[in-house]
Ligand binder design. Structure first.
Ligand SMILES: Cc1cc2nc3c(=O)[nH]c(=O)nc-3n(C[C@H](O)[C@H](O)[C@H](O)COP(=O)(O)O)c2cc1C
Length: 433
C-alpha cells in the first residue's frame, strides 16, 4: 500500500487576490475571509494552515517601497496572532500556525501568548519559528543590523530553552480547582525558572495554565546548515522549499540524519514541501492559466520584488536576459534564494523569475493528473507532505475550492491523504502517519 502524506496551506494576512477576476476585493482585514478559508481546509482535512509574517515594509527592490506597496503582496500585512485566535475559535480540528519571530517577541511574551492560544485552539496551536532575515526588520527593534545567521540560530536555540522551561514551569497537577479547600492552583507546583543565558534572562514562572499540548507544535523552515540543525533539534514539522524530487529527497534525508544524530526519532519530524499547483477542468485549461502567469510582465517584476524582499537583494541590478553573474548569498532566506537562483543551470534571470513558483514536479493539470504526480513524488522522496500555496499569496475563494473540492478528493480517492481527523492535538495529528 502506498503511504499517506500530510497537507497544509501556506498563506498570510495580506490583501490576497485584490485584482483578479475572482478577487474577494482586497480588504480581508476583519479576518472573516480567512475564517471561511480555514473552514474549507478543515472540510478537506488539512493538518494545518500557516500564516507567514514579516516585520517591515521592504525596500530591497530598486531601493524603494514602491513595488512592495504597489503589488501589495508583502505589505499591507496584518498580525497573524489575533487572526489565529479567531480562526482557532471557529474551527475544531485544523491546526493553526501563525509566524512569530524570535527577533520581535520577548520569550516570556511568546510563551504566554502561545499557551493562551493553545487553550483557545484546544491543542491545535502551532508556532512557525522564525528568526527574521532583514536588517530593516531589526531596525524596528532597536538594532542597526540583523545579527549574522549563525548568531541568530545560537540565540534562537537559547530562546527555545527559555520557552521550553517556561512551558514546564507549572508541574502536572498544579491546577487543582478544589472548591472545598478554596485552592485554584497549588503554589508548591509552580516554579520560577531563573534562566540566565548568554542572550536572555528570565525569571518565570509563566502566569498561564499549562495548555493541552503544553508546548505548541513547533514548525520551522531552516535552510542553511545551522537552520537545518535547529529544525532537526526542535521542529515537529519543517516547511521547505526545494527544486525537483532530487532536491526534496536530499533535504529530507539530511534532516532525518541530523535528527537521528541529535537523538530524536526522525519520524517525529514531518517535512512538507511548498508547492503551487495550477488546476483546471482540462490539462490545457491548467496550462493556459500557468502560461498567463509566467508571460505577464508584471509577474516577472513582482517575482523579482518578492524574492528580493526575502533575501535583501535588489535583482534589478542584473540583466533580465542573462544568467546571474555569480552565485548569490544572503543573510536572509537562503533556502528560497538557492531554489530561485538554480545556480549552474545557465537560465536567464527572466526564466528564473518565471519559474519562481515552479517546484519541478509539474503540478499543472486536472486534479487527477496533479494528484498522481504528488503521490509519485512523495513515493520517490520518502515523505512527508506538501504545503500548498498560491503565487504571490494571492488567495481567493476559487482557488480554495479548486484545491479543497477538486484536488483533495482526487488524493483521497487514491488513499493518499487524510479523510478524517482522529487525534485531539496538532502534534498527534502530525504523528498519526
Ligand atoms: C515555506 C517557508 C516559509 C517561511 N516563512 C517565513 C515567515 O513567515 N517569516 C520569516 O521571517 N521567514 C520565513 N521563512 C524563512 C525561514 O524562517 C528561514 O529563514 C529560511 O528558510 C532560511 O533558512 P536559513 O535561515 O536557515 O537560511 C520561511 C521559509 C520557508 C521555506
Amino acid at each position: 500500500m502506498s503511504t499517506r502524506f500530510h497537507l497544509a496551506w501556506f498563506t498570510n494576512f495580506t490583501a490576497g487576490d485584490w485584482t483578479g477576476t475572482f478577487s474577494h476585493g482586497g480588504s480581508p482585514w476583519d479576518g472573516k475571509f480567512y475564517v471561511e478559508f480555514a473552514q474549507a481546509l478543515e472540510r478537506a482535512c488539512f493538518d494545518f494552515v500557516i500564516f507567514e509574517d514579516k516585520l517591515l515594509v521592504p525596500e530591497a527592490h530598486r531601493g524603494s517601497t514602491e513595488a512592495t506597496l504597489k503589488y501589495a503582496h508583502q505589505v499591507p500585512k496584518h498580525d497573524p496572532v489575533p487572526l489565529a485566535a479567531i480562526v482557532a475559535a471557529q474551527t475544531r480540528h485544523l491546526g493553526v500556525v501563525p509566524t512569530m519571530s524570535t527577533l520581535g517577541w520577548p520569550p516570556f511574551m511568546l510563551a504566554r501568548v502561545s499557551c493562551t492560544l493553545d487553550h483557545i485552539a484546544g491543542g491545535r496551536f502551532g508556532w512557525n519559528i522564525v528568526t527574521s532575515g532583514e536588517d530593516m526588520a531589526a531596525q524596528n527593534f532597536g538594532m542597526d543590523k540583523l545579527p549574522p545567521r549563525d548568531t541568530r540560530y545560537e540565540m534562537a536555540d537559547e530562546y527555545m530553552e527559555v520557552v521550553n522551561q517556561l512551558f514546564d514551569s507549572w508541574e502536572d497537577g498544579a491546577v487543582v480547582k478544589d472548591r472545598e479547600r478554596g485552592v485554584y492552583a497549588d503554589h508548591t507546583k509552580v516554579h520560577p525558572i531563573h534562566f540566565k543565558g548568554k542572550y536572555y534572562k528570565v525569571r518565570g514562572p509563566l502566569n498561564t495554565v499549562p495548555s493541552p499540548q503544553r508546548r505548541p507544535t513547533y514548525v520551522q523552515a531552516g535552510g542553511s546548515p545551522a537552520g537545518r540543525t535547529f529544525a532537526a533539534r526542535h521542529a515537529d514539522a519543517i516547511i521547505a522549499t526545494a527544486n525537483h524530487i532530487s532536491g526534496m529527497k536530499e533535504f529530507r534525508d539530511d534532516i532525518r540524519e541530523r535528527a537521528a544524530r541529535l537523538g530524536r526519532n526522525p519520524d517525529d519530524i514531518k517535512v512538507m514541501y511548498l508547492v503551487h499547483p495550477f488546476l483546471g477542468e482540462t490539462t490545457e485549461e491548467a496550462r493556459e492559466k500557468h502560461r498567463r502567469l509566467v508571460n505577464d510582465p508584471v509577474s516577472i517584476d513582482a517575482a523579482l520584488a518578492g524574492i528580493g524582499q526575502i533575501t535583501d537583494i535588489d535583482f534589478t541590478q542584473f540583466d533580465l536576459d542573462k544568467p546571474l553573474p555569480h552565485k548569490l548569498t544572503t543573510n536572509g532566506e537562503s533556502g528560497a534564494l538557492d531554489k530561485f537562483q538554480q545556480f549552474g543551470s545557465g537560465k536567464t534571470l527572466r526564466q528564473l523569475a518565471s519559474e519562481r513558483y515552479d517546484s519541478g514536479l509539474n503540478l499543472i493539470g486536472t486534479p487527477d493528473e496533479v494528484a498522481e504526480r504528488m503521490g509519485a513524488a512523495i513515493d520517490a522522496i520518502g515523505g512527508d507532505g506538501f504545503l500548498l500555496s498560491t503565487p504571490f499569496q494571492r488567495l481567493n475563494r476559487r482557488v480554495v475550492t479548486e484545491v479543497c473540492e477538486g484536488l483533495v478528493p482526487a488524493l483521497q480517492r487514491r488513499g493518499r491523504v487524510r479523510t478524517e481527523y482522529t487525534q485531539p492535538t496538532l502534534r498527534q495529528t502530525l504523528r498519526e502517519f
